[in-house]
Design a protein around this ligand. Structure first.
Ligand code: ATP
Ligand code: MG
Ligand code: MG
Ligand code: MG
Length: 483
């Protein structure tokens, strides 16, 4: 039988313990520093050590550390259901060196962990790597020492192979460096594209990014007045790697996507059972969104974030409402999300005991939010009923009205269409798209969303979220671009 997600997590930590690393527990999903709302990467709790602070943890000195860090990426919320590789909550497996080992060990150990029969036993011929454009050191380690063939390597600029992405040009200030990423070829079942083509497309269901090995050796500082980036050498060279547990589990278990792995499959099955809707066809987006979002919200509430209209609580509310909305689309009219929490606890409670101790509180918080949101949806249905009456059978509901329902009640346009059709009324979709775009343009002006999620300031990220909430996703869904 293939390794379970829990076994893979444990093996990773054991492997790096065998290489002299100190195993530390995951930090909370609540970010350790004020630059982001949530923890977004395994390295975030160790920024000080990268900058030269003593590497002492609970009285134990160690320049080598390994963790499985739970992370929440606000910028990926809309990707959930749309791509098959993004979770909003992910576990990042990491090994870190604070001025101890550097590139050679980082890359050769990553290779050993992935390919050795004792560990992940992946087929070497399916592994690929990217490097920073002029990183000859990484190139020679990959080709000379590890034996990866040259045509399995691509060179990218700082937009891909620097972390944080594009740090030299755009910031943020602080530790940064070039990186080398490892990809796994999932085979022709996922596409006929080639590795060489990935250089142009940068998007593939077949070549899956699994591990980012970052070499933080610079302290990015304010650029010169003419814009020239300033990268100061850090006091010593560091290693920061992050591998997505959900992604490596998908690869090791050889399943279609992470929704079919041992953590998510029971959730998906329960959602299909509760709704009576099989997990197939375009509607399976809804099963996925519900399953993923319930998991992430459970963890974040267990970590002590409360639902509210600001900050983290606001993000949780948005994620929950997105899940509720998709449950509604599946025909579920009663609060059900909270009944899925026990499955999350079962899958992840031994690695994250806070899920167990906080289970009752998590269920209650989710339930009351679901009830509120269902009432809002009902309000939207009543409002829509009035609109349909005045439009009359055979007429067309204006795009602005459809947008108003969405904007005011969070009322999904696909639902509007469904109900309108039952009344014999069509919906001006072009007009809806236009209203949506106007709103998006207003939102975009003044928000540098995306980049800001990493280290640019939480307030900015939040504003970006509140203004563009769900919008991009709806549009993609409407265009049938859901993968
Ligand atoms: P992608 O290009 O697929 O969005 P990324 O380059 O943004 O990934 P990194 O910031 O390099 O990801 O994070 C390190 C690793 O964490 C990735 O290689 C991947 O395995 C995992 N990872 C990142 N984002 C997600 C996510 N939203 N869901 C699941 N795993 C993720
Ligand atoms: Mg990403
Ligand atoms: Mg990437
Ligand atoms: Mg990456």
């Amino acid at each position: 039988a293939p390794l379970t997600t829990a076994q893979i997590r444990e093996k990773f930590l054991q492997f790096f313990e065998s290489k002299g690393h100190l195993r530390l527990p995951s930090h909370s999903t609540i970010a350790p520093d004020p630059t982001t709302l949530f923890t977004v990467a395994g390295m975030q709790p160790f920024k000080e050590q990268f900058m030269g602070a003593p590497a002492v943890f609970d009285g134990q000195a160690s320049k080598r550390v390994t963790t499985a860090q739970k992370c929440l990426r606000v910028g990926d919320i809309e990707n959930v259901g749309r791509t098959l590789r993004h979770c909003s909550l992910l576990e990042m497996l990491g090994n870190f060196s604070f001025g101890d080992y550097f590139k050679r060990e980082a890359l050769t150990w990553a290779w050993e962990f992935l390919t050795s029969p004792e560990w992940m036993a992946l087929d070497k011929s399916r592994l690929y790597a990217t490097i920073y454009k002029d990183d000859e050191e990484a190139f020679s380690i990959w080709t000379q020492e590890i034996g990866l063939s040259e045509d399995h390597i691509l060179r990218f600029d700082a937009d891909e192979n620097f972390w944080p992405a594009d740090a030299p040009r755009e910031g943020p200030n602080g530790p940064c460096g070039p990186c080398s990423e490892i990809f796994y070829d999932r085979g022709p079942r996922y596409g006929e594209d080639t590795w060489a083509e990935y250089a142009d497309t940068r998007e593939s269901a077949r070549f899956l990014e699994i591990w980012n090995c970052v070499f933080p050796q610079y302290d990015r500082q304010d650029p010169l007045p003419d814009g020239t980036p300033v990268l100061k050498d850090l006091p010593f060279k560091n290693i920061d790697t992050g591998m997505g547990l959900e992604r490596i589990a998908t690869v090791v278990q050889d399943v279609y996507d992470f929704y079919s792995n041992d953590v998510f499959a029971p959730l998906i099955a329960r959602i299909a059972e509760l709704s009576g809707q099989p997990y197939e066809g375009p509607q399976n987006v809804s099963h996925r969104v519900v399953a993923e979002h319930v998991r992430s919200v459970s963890m974040v509430i267990a970590d002590g974030s409360a639902l509210s209209n600001t900050g983290r609580g606001y993000v949780i509310r948005k994620i929950l409402r997105r899940a509720s909305r998709h449950a509604y689309l599946l025909g579920l009219r009663e609060p059900v999300l909270h009944t899925l929490v026990p499955l999350v606890v079962e899958a992840m409670g031994s690695a994250y005991p806070e899920l167990k101790t906080e289970q009752a509180r998590v269920e209650a918080a989710i339930r009351s939010e679901e009830e509120r949101f269902l009432k809002t949806l009902e309000g939207g249905i009543q409002r829509l009923g009035g609109m349909l009456e005045s439009v009359g059978r055979g007429g067309t509901l204006g795009g602005e009205d459809a947008f108003l329902l969405y904007d005011t009640y969070g009322f999904p346009v696909d639902l509007t269409k469904e109900i309108a059709e039952e009344y014999g009324v069509s919906v001006d979709e072009a007009g809806y798209a236009e209203s949506l775009e106007n709103a998006q343009n207003i939102a975009r002006a003044g928000s540098k969303y995306g980049k800001s999620e990493l280290f640019g300031g939480s307030q900015e990220a939040l504003e970006g979220l509140s203004a563009t909430e769900f919008v991009g996703y709806d549009q993609l869904e409407a265009q049938g671009q859901v993968l």
